[in-house]
Each structure stands twice: as structure tokens, then as C-alpha cells.
Write a protein that binds this ligand. Structure first.
Ligand SMILES: C[S@@+](CC[C@H](N)C(=O)[O-])C[C@H]1O[C@@H](n2cnc3c(N)ncnc32)[C@H](O)[C@@H]1O
Length: 288
């Protein structure tokens, strides 16, 4: 193996064996060695995943081999695939990522779908709270060219990242601003507020597993029950929504009842909960 140039098929099976002992997905339950190896190899070859299946007998050159070995070493020591390659695909966009904020998750695409299904007007005003890489705001902008979208985040680095992603996808019309939730928004009114806020309990053991070890706690945790930020966002949102405006919130799969109660206590109506692909309640919404 030392200086051997492997074929795509051989490289994948070598990498899978290397990762099998170490590679776990976020929940620590599922083996991700196979898909991780493929994403990393495709990046080394600067090709799409389908190329690996089409050309299993193609041999890597020395540079590709060295890069792949380096990637597999990083992954073996736990670094998230998205941090190694520098991007994550979300919705229809390839987004740059960084350790400053959350790596966008596929679950969050549910929130994007729900927001798009709300039948808002053509020139709806939309706010994405805790925008991170800009994943939600940019996905909405890519589907709704006339929506006026603002994304805010407390982290200056996250805002820089979101702006870079906007430029990368020619979506510079999305307005990204550094703000502690609503603090710099003054009296603006929105037809829709979307948010995937931090919602993990401070001492959740999940924080010691998988990719989340490499993500900032400012993007993940929110007090003892994980709901501090959601409580704060819901109570403030009332002052920033138009009549009949919607608030759509991603939350933990065990927090659905509590989030519905918080929405109801703050006067929201038409409250409902939406299930993710695993049948778990992950998004709550209500309108004023
Ligand atoms: C769970 S991440 C979501 C990132 C992105 N929206 C996504 O879905 O991939 C939560 C984001 O909220 C931001 N955040 C945390 N507290 C905040 C606050 N007080 N004001 C604004 N943003 C905050 C974090 O910096 C982080 O980027």
C-alpha cells in the first residue's frame, strides 16, 4: 500500500477498512465509512460521485493518492467530511462550510420545503434567524427570486461565510447582517420568520459524538432544556411579524410538545408540527 497506486475500487475498499473502526455519523449509531470514503475520493478526483461507479478500474495518480490518504487520516481522527472537503451540499446548493458554524443538515431541508409551501406573496419579506452558512436563506432565495430575504447571525465569521456562499451562487440580493437575534432589526416586519436555532441541552451526551465535537457550542446548545433560544425567539417574533405572518422553527425530535406550548402561550395560532423522513417531529410552525 505504501507507494501503491490503487484503482478507484481498491482505494474505496482500503478507505472503508481504515474508517470502519472510527467513522460514525452524528448519532453515533450508523456506519458512515462507505459514503464518507466516496465523498472524499470524489473530491480528490474533482469528480461527481457517479464517476466512482462508472470507472471503478481507473487508477489514481500519485497526487490523488497522497491527497486521499491525507483525507482518510483526517477523517479517521474524527474531522467531519464537510470540514475536510470544505463544503456540504444542501438543497440544490453546494455551500462552503467552516468551523465557525453548523454544517447544514439534511433534516433542515424539511424546514425549507415547509416555508416554500406556505403560499406567501411574490414579494414576501423573510427573516432567517441564526443563518450560519446561509443554508436556509440561500435555498429560499434560489427558489423565490422576488422574496426579500434577510439572514442574521451573532457570529461575524458565520456572516462572512454566508456572504461568500451568496456570492458563489449569485444570490447577493440576500441581506446578511450580524445581529444578536432581532437586536439590529429595529421595527422591521416580516411575512415569514424561519429559524434553526441552537436547541441541544447543555449537558447532552450527544455533544461528545461524531461531527458535533467539531462544531461551536454557540451553534448547538441552549440552556438546560435546550429551549432558551426558542423561548426568546418566539416571544420576540410577535413584534416582527406582519398580521398572519408565520414563524417556522426546527427543533429536537423530543421537543415538539414543548415548542407547541411555547408558541401557544405567546398567542400563535394554526400551530402544527411536521415530521421528518424518519417520522419524527422536527419542525413546528404557527402564525399570528
Ligand atoms: C443550529 S445553527 C443553524 C445554522 C443554519 N441556519 C443551518 O441550518 O445550517 C444555529 C446558528 O445560530 C447562531 N446563533 C446562536 N445564538 C445566536 C443569537 N443570539 N443571535 C443570532 N444568531 C445566533 C449560531 O451562530 C449558528 O450559526
Amino acid at each position: 500500500m505504501e507507494n501503491q497506486l490503487l484503482t478507484i475500487e481498491q482505494a474505496l475498499s482500503w478507505a472503508k477498512a481504515q474508517l470502519n473502526a472510527n467513522s460514525v455519523s452524528d448519532d453515533g449509531l450508523h456506519d458512515s465509512a462507505s459514503i464518507d470514503s466516496k465523498v472524499l475520493l470524489a473530491d480528490c478526483l474533482q469528480r461527481e460521485l457517479v464517476y466512482l461507479h462508472t470507472w471503478p478500474e481507473k487508477r489514481l495518480d500519485q497526487m490523488q493518492m497522497n491527497k486521499f490518504k491525507d483525507y482518510i487520516e483526517q477523517r479517521s481522527s474524527g474531522h467531519p467530511v464537510a470540514h475536510i472537503v470544505g463544503y456540504r451540499d444542501f438543497w440544490s446548493l453546494r455551500l462552503n462550510v467552516s468551523p465557525a458554524t453548523l454544517i447544514p443538515r439534511p433534516e433542515t431541508e424539511l424546514l425549507v420545503e415547509i416555508a416554500l409551501d406556505l403560499n406567501l406573496t411574490e414579494h414576501a419579506t423573510v427573516l432567517d434567524l441564526g443563518t450560519g452558512s446561509g443554508a436556509i436563506a440561500l435555498s429560499l432565495a434560489s427558489e423565490q427570486p422576488n422574496w426579500l430575504i434577510t439572514g442574521v447571525d451573532k457570529s461575524e465569521q458565520a456572516i462572512t461565510l454566508a456572504k461568500n456562499n451568496a456570492t458563489k451562487h449569485q444570490l447577493e440580493r440576500v441581506n446578511f447582517i450580524q445581529s444578536d437575534w432581532f437586536s439590529v432589526l429595529e421595527h422591521k416586519q416580516f411575512d415569514l420568520i424561519v429559524t434553526n436555532p441552537p436547541y441541544i441541552e447543555n449537558n447532552n451526551k450527544y455533544l461528545q459524538l461524531g461531527d458535533v465535537r467539531f462544531e461551536p457550542s454557540s451553534a448547538l446548545t441552549s440552556g438546560l432544556d435546550g429551549l432558551d433560544d426558542i423561548r426568546s425567539i418566539v416571544s420576540q417574533s410577535k413584534h416582527y411579524l406582519t398580521d398572519n405572518g408565520w414563524l417556522v422553527i426546527e427543533h429536537g425530535y423530543q421537543q415538539s410538545d414543548q415548542v407547541a406550548d411555547i408558541l401557544s402561550e405567546q398567542g400563535f395560532r394554526q400551530i402544527r408540527s411536521e415530521l421528518d423522513l424518519n417520522g419524527l417531529p422536527r419542525v413546528a410552525l404557527g402564525c399570528l
